[in-house]
Design a protein. Structure first.
Length: 310
């Protein structure tokens, strides 16, 4: 007979907190935004930068960013061109624009501080439920469920015994995370940060043997034999779709912005029409990407077709 999966309760999961705390102390990667003396602003910046970007890539950008703009007021006063220049190769540059706008709102409405209430955080440009929850948990030590791809995967596998299918986070994912979250605030922070780290470093999407660090022996998915989702005629379902890059609008847009960044002085950076044309082989796609970047407020194009940072 096959293994009957047991769905864990909060009380049962809570017994794992001491184990998770010790594992975190011994194994968590050392990033400056995790240090006890980091300001909430540093946590917010790290969360925005690490959206769809590995933390190892974020580290040098975060360090330079915090040296240059150590508090919201400093970023709020910065020219947008400087902000886009500093964003470098992090990708999705709209995040940089929104972070600057969020800093301006903090200065206007919250005395230059990162808000400490969920509704206030959600009122900031570019801040969604995940980022707001992460800031409340990791910066302010509040008891709040945090759900990203990594935490969801650990919960799905370890505590509910099935593969995590990826895709957008659903209300059911938040509900399940809240059902398991320890009642004590300090324990809830340990829970959130440990599950996220385990999912990022051990219990990854490509890990198929049920390894989950300190949770390996209790993993319901491992006990069940690590079943993989199936879709008709034995074809395996992907847990997440691979991200295309070559030839995409994303690559084209990135090339335009990088050409501006390469000029070093954001305030004077400019691309003449012939320089723009040389950036991409497909003129129609290039024009579409220029229009999109301008519509998003990342660049401006004058009557002669010269492109500058907005």
């Amino acid at each position: 007979m096959g293994y009957t999966v047991h769905h864990w309760t909060r009380q049962e999961a809570g017994r794992l907190v001491p184990v998770l705390r010790q594992w975190w102390e011994d194994n968590a990667r050392d990033f400056p935004w995790r240090h006890p003396d980091r300001p909430p602003w540093g946590v917010l910046v790290s969360e925005v930068m690490s959206q769809q970007t590995p933390m190892e890539r974020v580290l040098p950008y975060w360090t330079e960013w915090m040296d240059r703009w150590p508090e919201p007021a400093a970023l709020a006063a910065a020219p947008q061109a400087d902000v886009l220049q500093a964003w470098g190769h992090l990708g999705y540059p709209r995040r940089a624009v929104n972070l600057r706008k969020a800093a301006q709102v903090m200065c206007d409405d919250f005395d230059g501080h990162v808000p400490q209430a969920m509704d206030d955080l959600l009122s900031l440009p570019g801040i969604g439920r995940y980022t707001a929850s992460a800031v409340l948990s990791f910066a302010y030590g509040r008891r709040v469920a945090v759900v990203d791809t990594n935490i969801r995967r650990v919960i799905d596998r370890v505590f509910d015994g099935h593969e995590s299918l990826g895709g957008a986070t659903r209300p059911a994912d938040w509900k399940r995370a809240e059902e398991l979250l320890p009642l004590d605030s300090a324990d809830s922070v340990v829970w959130n940060q440990s599950l996220m780290e385990i999912g990022a470093t051990i219990c990854t999407a490509s890990e198929t043997a049920g390894e989950a660090g300190p949770l390996t022996d209790v993993s319901e998915w491992r006990k069940a034999g690590c079943p993989r989702p199936q879709a008709g005629k034995g074809k395996r379902v992907r847990t997440r779709k691979p991200q295309a890059w070559a030839g995409t609008d994303r690559q084209c847009r990135g090339r335009i912005l990088q050409a501006l960044r390469d000029q070093k002085d954001p305030a004077r950076a400019r691309l003449e029409p012939e320089q723009v044309s040389a950036l991409w082989h497909d003129a129609g796609q290039l024009a579409r990407c220029v229009d999109a970047l301008e519509a998003e407020g990342l660049i401006r194009v004058d009557a002669a077709g010269v492109i500058r940072f907005a």
